[in-house]
Design a protein. Structure first.
Length: 53
């Protein structure tokens, strides 16, 4: 059987111009190569931000 490697995530988006927010669920495949590349890029930027602080 195929293991489901996706992980639901919550994304907050503005509902209208008055900035009311609704929750939108996003299904992210944590085993996808694109996800791994993106997570490494985010971590790298965060490290640089911490060094500048």
């Amino acid at each position: 059987s195929k293991k489901n490697n996706s992980h639901p995530s919550t994304h907050i988006t503005p509902k209208s111009e008055n900035m009311s927010f609704i929750l939108e669920e996003i299904d992210i495949d944590l085993e996808a190569s694109e996800t791994k590349v993106a997570s490494l890029a985010i971590q790298n930027k965060f490290r640089h931000f911490q060094i500048k602080k």
